[in-house]
Design a protein around this ligand. Structure first.
Ligand SMILES: O=C(O)CCC(=O)C(=O)O
Ligand SMILES: [Fe+2]
Length: 289
């Protein structure tokens, strides 16, 4: 049986700003830093129960793993629940419902006292600390972020599997054109390589994150996350620096998104089907050469 070519993401206990810049940011390589946040109040405090106690009455947007539909708006939630019910659900049974991109500062400003913006030598976007929650075995689709930012992903409670690819691998990943995702019918934690043979050529990275660990994802890296147990994470972001990534970000935000919205209105579900077919054709072409 063959599997994906995935290297373990390097791990360090801690790292200085200089070493981080030299060994990971400059060469654009991922790294897990194991003990970076042990002095944050969040390290001791943040758990699903704590989130329930500070945000129990908030209504949270939920996403499941349904495939993109032409009528869905950009990042439109599939359901809503209050945080108390959601945490109870997470703890009581496996659920596909995830919280994706929840701006905690806007919702619960006092959480700001529990963490600091770390100095990795990069300018972090202060207004945008985002939270992500998931239940056992729930997963995010393989995607990269629209602004191709550098992402610091801090994990709390439980265990999460992360699979990453850089932008050089796009041609092998069945990337859906005019979007930021791969074919949604690929299961990256157990891919069918007979059905998706181009994936055999892709070189990627893998890790399992535990409570208190932070994963650095370089600019524009594809990421797929599977919650091995119920838990949550916070992402802090720094704008893409490499001119190529920055121009892709601007293109995505101002051109790609508009083309996609326009075509969805014009062609409806046929546009989604056409894009999925193109994804298959594009990656199949690469390996038949
Ligand atoms: O962990 C998740 O649920 C998704 C994280 C993510 O996509 C991000 O931090 O950009
Ligand atoms: Fe993301």
């Amino acid at each position: 049986m063959s599997t994906l070519n995935l290297q373990d993401i390097p791990r360090v206990k801690n790292i200085s700003k200089e070493d981080f810049l030299k060994h990971y940011f400059k060469p654009q390589k991922p790294v897990v830093i194991e003990r970076f946040i042990e002095h944050w109040p969040a390290f001791d405090k943040w758990s699903l129960d704590y989130m329930k106690s500070v945000a129990g009455h908030k209504t949270v947007p939920l996403y499941d793993d349904r495939h993109v539909h032409h009528e869905d708006g950009f990042n439109q939630p599939h359901a809503k629940m209050n945080m108390t019910d959601y945490v109870d659900l997470l703890k009581s049974e496996p659920t596909k419902y995830r919280i994706f991109l929840w701006n905690i500062l806007k919702e619960v400003p006092e959480l700001q006292q529990d963490f600091q913006y770390p100095d990795f030598g990069l300018k972090l976007m202060k207004g945008l600390p985002m939270l992500f929650f998931g239940g056992k075995d729930s997963h995010t689709f393989m995607h990269y972020d629209i602004d191709l930012a550098n992402i610091f992903h801090f994990h709390f409670e439980g265990k999460k599997q992360c699979i990453l690819f850089d932008q050089q691998q796009n041609k092998y990943l069945y990337k859906v054109p005019h979007s930021l995702i791969t074919r949604e019918d690929i299961d990256f934690s157990n891919p069918d390589l007979k059905k998706w043979p181009a994936l055999k050529n892709a070189q990627g990275w893998i890790c399992e994150l535990n409570h208190g660990e932070v994963l650095y994802m370089p600019e524009g890296y594809w990421h797929y996350m599977r919650y091995l147990t119920p838990g949550f994470s916070m992402s802090l972001r720094a704008i893409a620096r490499h001119p190529k990534n920055l121009s892709k970000a601007i293109y995505n935000l101002f051109v790609m998104r508009n083309i996609d919205n326009f075509m969805r209105k014009l062609k409806g579900q046929r546009w989604i089907e056409w894009k999925n077919k193109r994804a298959l054709i594009n990656s199949s072409k690469v390996i038949s050469r």
